[in-house]
Design a protein. Structure first.
Length: 254
């Protein structure tokens, strides 16, 4: 029996137990907000009130993180759905650019103001394509380095979710003191569980769509590089024409 298969068989019961565990009830943001606002009315000892406040604020932060992960998951799914068409379009355009005519010199009688206007347009387009190139570079690098990070996050996240499930089931803090969980602490742990669940769902989707993201990034990268090179050439041509006109005007003035 291979080592990989042996490890899988040893871990299978743990994975099954985790899959079978029920998700803790998700705290509601409005309820957390109301309880936080009413906390002072409970007249708790200072230390206890501070602990309860911190737990409620932690729960709110975890729910906000969970919502952010869900939004990012929706955006990722849309990106992956659109990727085949975008890849095909991005791969067609470099072929058209490679056969395009070289950047032409502007006509000698083009007014200086028009040359400067065209240069400003070229520079704006150039800035936009440089931004797109940076985004494509980031997508490629992230997709190539992301799987290892995602696998690590999934592994550590699953362990933490199992710890939270055990703590909530026992009703006591883990560790030697084993203090009973207060309602605020239970909400903080439940909200953390849901944030981890949303995070790991996003990471699994990233792993599943990783090859498509790399292909998309490479196609965008090639197109952006060609566009940047062509726009830089056009900007230099316009700048040279502007310099010549200014020099000519200076000579005529003298």
């Amino acid at each position: 029996m291979s080592l990989l298969r042996l490890l899988f068989l040893l871990l299978l019961p743990l994975l099954s137990m985790h899959a079978a565990a029920e998700a803790p009830p998700r705290p509601q943001p409005d309820e957390l907000r109301a309880r936080l606002q009413a906390l002072a009315e409970r007249k708790l000892p200072e230390a206890e009130q501070r602990t309860a406040q911190q737990a409620l604020e932690q729960a709110q932060a975890s729910l906000a993180s969970a919502e952010d992960y869900r939004r990012r998951l929706d955006a990722l799914k849309q990106t992956l759905a659109d990727a085949p068409a975008q890849i095909a379009a991005a791969r067609r355009q470099p072929a058209a650019l490679s056969t395009a005519a070289p950047v032409a010199e502007p006509a000698a009688d083009t007014p200086l103001a028009r040359l400067e206007e065209r240069l400003a347009e070229q520079e704006a387009a150039l800035a936009d394509w440089r931004r797109r190139l940076d985004e494509a570079d980031g997508l490629v690098v992230g997709s190539r380095t992301g799987p290892e990070r995602a696998q690590t996050e999934i592994s550590t996240g699953q362990v933490r979710m199992a710890e939270i499930e055990t703590t909530l089931a026992s009703g006591r803090e883990a560790g030697r003191d084993g203090r009973p969980l207060g309602p605020e602490r239970r909400d903080a742990l439940a909200a953390e569980w849901h944030a981890l669940d949303a995070q790991l769902t996003l990471r699994r989707q990233e792993l599943a769509g990783n090859s498509g993201l790399i292909d998309l990034g490479l196609a965008r990268q090639e197109l952006a590089r060609l566009q940047v090179a062509r726009l830089e050439e056009a900007a230099r041509t316009l700048q040279d024409a502007i310099s010549r006109q200014r020099a000519s005007q200076a000579e005529q003035t003298v």
